[in-house]
Write a protein of this length. Structure first.
Length: 68
């Protein structure tokens, strides 16, 4: 029996202290989203996105959730 495990992480908006987005450049094929939780120096999660993925929409949704 073989299978692929998937790890799901959830962070309540109130525990996210900041996030950063690095968009793809001319030679870079992916964009990066880093999520930091309260009291942590290193990101709790780093997500990579392909150039054609809509990282801007994700950034807007995350910002709206944190600001509430």
């Amino acid at each position: 029996m073989t299978g692929k495990k998937t790890d799901y992480k959830t962070f309540p908006y109130k525990s996210i202290s900041r996030f950063s987005v690095e968009t793809s450049g001319h030679f870079d094929l992916d964009a990066e989203l880093k999520i930091y939780i309260s009291g942590a120096l290193e990101p709790a999660q780093t997500l990579l996105f392909r150039k054609d993925d809509s990282i801007n929409a994700i950034q807007k949704a995350l910002a709206a959730g944190i600001m509430q």
